[in-house]
Write a protein that binds this ligand. Structure first.
Ligand SMILES: Cc1ncc(COP(=O)(O)O)c(C=O)c1O
Length: 370
């Protein structure tokens, strides 16, 4: 298997733990183990008594029950637990496609959605969205890309990096295009439940199409990436069984303590998501007015979901060098759009409590440069 370096994770690997202020993180504010255990009477005792043995490969019954509770019409047997979304992406593509197959991937995207697909030997078509067009989804272009051997369409909503929800009619249209041809839809929904207005929540792909797989994770909306726990959900038992076959070669099963903590967290997920929504809604107007005050440098389409947004960087400067300079001199981590092949953009994250402080440091840096 040949695979390209993962530029997003490489950049974070270099700066995430050495830069004081994280102003581009895609995970919302986290919690301690104690805070999770305090959510439910008896949880602490249960965790302490848990044997550190193997767990069931598809996920233990309590975990699959808790995950299925997020969705409408989904039963525990429709759930395959994975060691966070990253494993879900790897397992899904490698289990289901290879040379001779064709995969369509919405871009810009979280890099593994594209590169893991490519690493299977499948032929890849990129379905682009552009800032200049308001990040709209060009459905006619998608339809034209479909080939007789198209096996998967990958979409992502709420979207990394724009922080935008796919409009409901677009989601329906994608499902129609796919279902009329028996194509699988792989829908990355790791930012689901952090819609800025919960009324705008879309149905999960697995709820509305038998051959759609929804990808979920504890990492983002709930702020618990350290649990390394995610899931693939699909009503088609055969698809899920093939993913499970592949999982036997990656992690076999999830971490036993993480399964317990995840099940507790999911039984109280509204508390977690609501606290993070409050942080995001407090931070977003500050960030928006910062961009307006600095309209000579930045412009964006304001996000409506999740804790990230993708900002057009107006100066004719190398955005990668700019972000590196900000990290080194201001101690503020921004993510250059070059890691998404978008050299005139920067990803901002606003899901952390200390975002106003991070923004003040970025402001001071920009003033000093001016
Ligand atoms: C859209 C998207 N999918 C998947 C992942 C991987 O998340 P996890 O921490 O659950 O592996 C990320 C992480 O940034 C992401 O943004």
């Amino acid at each position: 298997m040949q695979i390209k370096p993962f530029r997003i994770e490489h950049y974070f690997g270099k700066y995430e733990f050495t830069t004081r202020y994280l102003l581009s993180s895609s995970d919302a504010e986290s919690r301690t183990v104690q805070e999770l255990l305090d959510l439910e009477p008896g949880a602490q005792e249960c965790l302490l008594k848990q044997r550190c043995g193997y767990t069931e490969s598809p996920g233990g019954p309590a975990l699959r029950q808790a995950i299925s509770g997020i969705y409408r019409g989904i039963k525990p047997e429709h759930v395959l637990a994975v060691s966070a979304a990253e494993e879900g992406i790897f397992v899904f593509y490698h289990a289901l496609v290879g040379p001779g197959d064709h995969v369509i991937v919405e871009i810009p995207c979280y890099e593994s959605a594209l590169e893991v697909a490519r690493s299977t030997g499948a032929q890849i078509s990129e379905w682009p969205r552009r800032y200049e067009d308001g990040w709209v989804h060009d459905l006619a272009a998608l339809e034209k890309m479909i080939q007789p051997n198209t096996k998967i369409i990958y979409i992502n909503t709420p979207h990394n990096p724009t922080g935008l929800l796919m409009p409901a009619n677009v989601l329906q249209h994608v499902m129609k295009l796919a279902s009329s041809r028996g194509i699988l839809v792989f829908c990355d929904e790791v930012y689901r439940e952090l819609e800025h207005d919960p009324a705008n929540r879309l149905p999960a792909a697995c709820e509305i199409y038998e051959r759609a797989v929804s990808l979920g994770s504890m990492s983002k909306s709930y702020g618990l990436p350290g649990l390394r726990l995610g899931w693939l959900v699909c009503k088609d038992a055969e698809l899920l069984a093939r993913c499970l076959e592949f999982k036997y070669y990656t992690t076999i099963c999830s971490s036993a303590p993480s399964e317990i903590l995840t099940a507790v967290a999911l039984r109280h997920r509204e508390v977690l998501a609501q606290r993070n929504r409050e942080i995001v809604l407090r931070n977003l107007p500050l960030l928006d007015s910062f961009f307006r005050q600095r309209a000579n440098l930045f412009e964006w389409i304001k996000p409506n979901a999740g804790p990230i947004g993708f900002v057009h960087f107006k100066p004719q400067r190398d955005v990668f060098l700019f972000c590196e300079d900000v990290a080194r001199k201001a101690g503020v981590l921004l993510l250059p759009g070059t890691v998404y092949d978008q050299p005139h953009h920067i990803r901002f994250g606003y899901g952390r409590k200390n975002m106003p402080e991070a923004l003040a440091h970025l402001s001071a840096y920009l003033d000093a440069q001016a």
